[in-house]
Design a protein around this ligand. Sequence first.
Ligand SMILES: C[S@@+](CC[C@H](N)C(=O)[O-])C[C@H]1O[C@@H](n2cnc3c(N)ncnc32)[C@H](O)[C@@H]1O
Length: 259
Amino acid sequence: MGRVVFVSAGPGAADLITLRGARRLAEAQVVLFDALTDPALREFAPQALWVDVGKRGFCHSTGQATIDALLVRHARQHEVVVRLKGGDASVFGRLEEELQALAAAGIACEVVPGVTAAIAAAAHTQRPLTRRGTAGRGGRSVSLTTAMTRQGQLQAGRHADTEVFYMAGRQLGALGRALLRVGWPQDTPVCVVSRAGWPDALASEHTLAGLAGAALLHAGRPTVVTVGTGAAPVAAAPRTPSSAQALPVAAAGRAPAAA
Ligand SMILES: C[S@@+](CC[C@H](N)C(=O)[O-])C[C@H]1O[C@@H](n2cnc3c(N)ncnc32)[C@H](O)[C@@H]1O
């Protein structure tokens, strides 16, 4: 009986994986990987059999029960099986279901943490998710939220000073309206980042009322929406030429001049 290591790949380019994650890949005989992981990660485990169990949003190319069964089967045949997940495995990654399936089969597991999309987006835009007191706005709490229910309906709330929404890229206009309805002020800063952590990451800033204007720019790309204090620019931060290049925040609906 082998063990399963859940390795968080990070949300973008292969170098966002942790050292520990890369070491576990090098030990693996089998790697079951998700759609949003960088193919360049294969270089860390050329010895392994790579199995695509990719799924995106609510369209699953491989059902969860099939993935659970594959994990159990491979762990019974191999010493180290890596389950490679995009971003951090613990954030909207179906980790609970897979841990349960492996526990039921008596298979040992390890979870290697990683960079989640919200954190990569904050790094890309140089907009810290927590603040010590910016312009009278609180910055003490952050919530990672999916606005989508299991039934595919959109539900929004107001739980923290900064809320980062996952899996809402196709419903940006509806998300903006829902947030206004639950009491977020019209002038709340909103930042939308797609493909955070990749060389072609894009960011744009909006008001809640104008959030629908981000749809075209980020269409078809994995996207997070940061709302509240953490979406505001750091007003006094000096911009070196290199940091300015690393901050392609586009005006609403327009692609940045230089990435
Ligand atoms: C199933 S969730 C997986 C989240 C992942 N476990 C994480 O920690 O980032 C997929 C959603 O994460 C977000 N996402 C994943 N990668 C992203 C990226 N590079 N840039 C922006 N958003 C991303 C999108 O909202 C996407 O719909």
